[in-house]
Design a protein around this ligand. Structure first.
Ligand SMILES: [Zn+2]
Length: 211
């Protein structure tokens, strides 16, 4: 068991931020990533209004469960209260990735869940990805309402805004975002050919291993 290394965790968050740009999941200063730290009531989150490719690891912000800055030279992401609501509601969640990818956003605009087009997605999300009706996302009430929509799933689309995925670790939460966007893209292409594409139902797949 390696000892916890805060600096390495900051670098890991930055690496996934940059990867989210590389994969086309975010543009400008969109999106944010956070992780639950091993210390009680401490969370690491990306700063507000700073491009990922202009950040370094020391730009990350440590906050407490109320969103107050404990360590860092910036204000936390404006959606910090949404992240904190998810950590409160879901003790199984240790990392959260919010992105604004095009294809997941198409389903948000349509108000239609992203069905299980690809097995890779449903394994990570544990089901169809629901759509949360539009609301401004910079308040705790939004986070609580989002948790109601997401339930025990690992992904939710915020209508007219973006995608949020959660996971037991950062790598898994990020892979879930990529998997959702891939499935959304495939589903949209499939629906341009047929109105009834073949999709998977997570519950009937009999997947019992925890991911
Ligand atoms: Zn956003």
């Amino acid at each position: 068991m390696t000892e916890f290394d805060l600096q390495q965790t900051k670098q890991d968050v930055l690496d996934y931020c940059l990867r989210s740009m590389e994969y086309g999941l975010n543009f400008n200063t969109q999106g944010n990533i956070s992780v639950r730290l091993p210390q009680p009531d401490r969370f690491l989150i990306t700063p507000t209004d700073l491009e990922y490719d202009r950040m370094d690891a020391d730009d990350m912000v440590v906050v407490d469960g109320d969103g107050a800055v404990v360590d860092g030279r910036h204000e936390p992401s404006s959606e910090v209260t949404v992240h904190l609501a998810a950590y409160r509601r879901r003790p199984d969640v240790n990392a959260i990735v919010h992105t604004e990818p095009v294809f997941a956003n198409v389903f948000g605009v349509l108000g239609e869940p992203i069905l299980g087009a690809l097995v890779n997605m449903v394994i990570y999300t544990k089901g169809d990805v629901p759509i949360m009706p539009f609301a401004l996302s910079n308040r705790t009430e939004f986070g609580d309402a989002m948790c109601d929509v997401m339930g025990t799933l690992n992904a939710v689309v915020w209508a007219n805004h973006g995608l949020l995925t959660v996971g037991p670790d950062l790598r898994t939460a990020f892979k879930t975002s990529v998997a959702v966007e891939s499935a959304a893209k495939v589903l949209l292409h499939a629906r341009s050919v047929t109105s009834s594409p073949i999709v998977l139902d997570y519950a009937s797949l009999g997947i019992t291993s925890a991911l």
